[in-house]
Design a protein around this ligand. Sequence first.
Ligand code: 6GU
Length: 276
Amino acid sequence: MKIDIVSVFPEYFDVLGLSLFGKAQAKGLVEVAAHNLRDWTHDVHHSVDDTPVGGGAGMVMKPVVWSECLDELLGLDARDISEIITDDAAAAAADGEPVIDDTGDVAAAPRTVLIFPNPSAPLFTQQDATELSHADRLVFGCGRYEGYDARIPEYYRAQGVDVREYSIGDYVLNGGEVAVSVMLEAITRLLPGFMGNAESIVTESYTGENALLEHRQYTKPATWRGIGVPDVLLSGDHGKVDRFRRDESLAKTDRLRPDLIERLDCKALDKADRKT
Ligand code: 6GU
């Protein structure tokens, strides 16, 4: 998987040389390039932002700089789309719907995905991470300041690019760099060969059809500072152990994340689950 990250602080991503991600780069599983957005400016101050149209506080990232950068990375020619884009297509593109071409066919799914972190976008979930782990190439555009000009994602959608905008949670960060680090880790650890132990991925929280919180884990000794592990885990009865863990997952999820219980697919529950 090829990964490009555009930021005014590309040094943020120096840490990607460490740990499992560093190993994955060495193995050739992922190839990462962090670019400095200011390299695409032409003025002496290398400015990437400007005041908001309509007034208000803060600064907004300029579409002109972003488009020169993204056109180059994506291999696209600059276009004025005022002639070709209909109001309907623009509205669909702005909502992230697939753009229908002249022949009425839905454009073939691109294997390159352009991703903008945005605190006002839908939440990034494990499902998104799984889907994006199948892409050939990811291009991340990190916004700073009050955000980026809304026409940037709109324009690239209209060019047929698969553009996504995601928030990583209900809190505000200074810029997209940390959010990109989070998304990148969630996506790349799903690549075959990235993790040492592939099975640990399958049983984790938020994965699979159930998306329950994981049960508690214990290791030896069986009693530590006067606290014992639950007896059933020492019983050697795998059926009982599985049932105990499953019950704990259900109860814990109900208590801490009732929203996940609401979304649970009833078909994924077995008879014993229904009693708990
Ligand atoms: Cl994606 N960006 C910023 N700046 N803040 C956030 C976020 C993203 N997700 C949550 N907070």
